[in-house]
Design a protein. Structure first.
Length: 49
């Protein structure tokens, strides 16, 4: 029973950290263009000297 006093706050802190990391990535535009890199890799770049 005593371990719950450690694990519950630890899990809440971890959940807050994950939420903060997700909010930071959304704010910085990490999820803006999901299809662009997939199309860019198919582009023909043979003209580069």
């Amino acid at each position: 029973m005593d371990i719950l006093y450690l694990l519950i706050p630890l899990s809440l802190v971890l959940a807050v950290l994950i939420g903060a990391a997700f909010a930071w990535s959304v704010r910085n535009g990490q999820f803006d263009d999901l299809e662009g890199p997939a199309h860019r890799i198919l582009a023909d770049d043979d003209n580069v000297p």
